[in-house]
Design a protein around this ligand. Structure first.
Ligand code: 13P
Length: 338
């Protein structure tokens, strides 16, 4: 894909009123999610669950792209169409998670490094042939006593940049995801500090690897206090700190920033994004690439039962429309009940 195609795809991923569905749970993560509704993680359950989400009637109105897991990419809907064909038909761009997970960083207790670079070019070439137009790589930064270390931040930023450069080389738009975890009792100020250092390092390495900023999408955490922090913030406080942090670290050449939900409830993730878009015009699109925040309510309505597919799709569509409203700063809490 030429540079102009990368830019076109990146812009389409952050089209107005739309965001990305992260449905790329690895085997371990989807098992955890299914356990919460008391069903086993069989291949058929995984396939049927993703089919329910992807065939939701109006998905193309609020979803620009879907991040899949390798197994899902190869699955078919009940009518025999591959998920790639089905998503394209709905106007949704197929994407794929290509990292192989965050593993313990040797020599640095409590910290992680994301693996998956070996053989990545070959895998990307195959994914492109299968119709994939964007990819995702997630780096994990943990806040704790004496961590994150500068070494861990730089090692992860370096890997993210190598991945991003490889993606662009084979015509795939990279979603660059450095996630500063919400786990723990740290303050919002500490999150802002760590997120700032992380993004500075990420863009330093992206530049060094000659990554085109116009042909990528950033997927960060919001600047938010740790889940166990005594002092929680309002959506307005989260929005102001997040936008301030990004204005200092994210070049305006990046077409869009799509947030992960990271353990926020669906309503919180929607309200926080909405508050950012209410602050006015920003240099980049501010959008969503939620996993849990888009799926939780649908998963609970579905419960693994074919007779609940319509109910699950209704919940998914409802949350999708609310997130879409948040893209314009037009979400209201009262809309939750509708
Ligand atoms: P959550 O929105 O559930 O954090 O998932 C998004 C994601 O893709 C994390 O890598």
């Amino acid at each position: 894909m030429a540079q102009q195609d990368l830019v076109k795809t990146a812009r389409a991923m952050v089209a107005k009123g739309k965001g990305i569905l992260a449905a790329d749970e690895s085997f371990g993560t989807i098992e955890k999610r299914f356990k919460s509704i008391n069903i086993a993680s069989t291949e058929e359950h995984r396939r049927a669950y993703r089919e329910m989400l992807f065939t939701t009637g109006d998905i193309g109105q609020y979803i620009s792209g879907v991040i899949m897991f390798d197994e899902t990419l190869r699955h078919k809907a009940a009518d025999g169409r591959s998920f790639v064909v089905l998503l394209n038909k709905a106007g949704v761009i197929p994407g794929i998670k290509v990292d192989t997970g965050a593993k313990d960083l040797a020599g640095y207790p409590g910290e992680k490094i994301t693996e998956g670079l070996d053989g990545l070019r070959e895998r990307l070439v195959e994914y492109h042939k299968l119709g994939v137009r964007f990819a995702k790589w997630r780096a994990v930064i943990t806040i704790g006593d004496g961590i994150p270390t500068r070494f861990c931040i730089d090692a992860n930023a370096h890997a993210l940049a190598r991945y991003a450069a490889l993606c662009q080389d084979v015509g795939i738009v990279p979603i660059v995801e450095p996630e500063v975890l919400m786990d723990g009792g740290h303050s919002g100020e500490r999150c802002e500090d760590v997120t700032t250092t992380t993004l500075e390092s990420v863009f330093f390495h992206l530049h060094a690897h000659r990554v085109s900023l116009e042909g990528m999408v950033l997927k960060p955490n919001m600047v938010i206090p740790g889940k166990k922090a005594p002092q929680q913030w309002t959506p307005r406080q989260i929005a102001e700190a997040t936008v301030r942090c990004f204005l200092r670290t994210v070049p305006a050449a990046v077409p869009g920033i799509v947030f992960l939900s990271g353990g926020q409830t669906p309503a919180e993730a929607t309200a926080n994004l909405d508050a950012m878009n209410r602050l006015g015009k920003h240099p980049w699109e501010l959008s969503y690439s939620y996993g849990r925040a888009l799926q939780d309510e649908a998963l609970k309505a579905w419960l693994g039962k074919p007779e609940n597919v319509a109910a699950g799709q209704k919940m998914f569509a409802h949350r999708g429309h609310l997130c879409s409203a948040a893209r314009f700063g037009k979400y209201e809490v009262g809309m939750e009940a509708a």
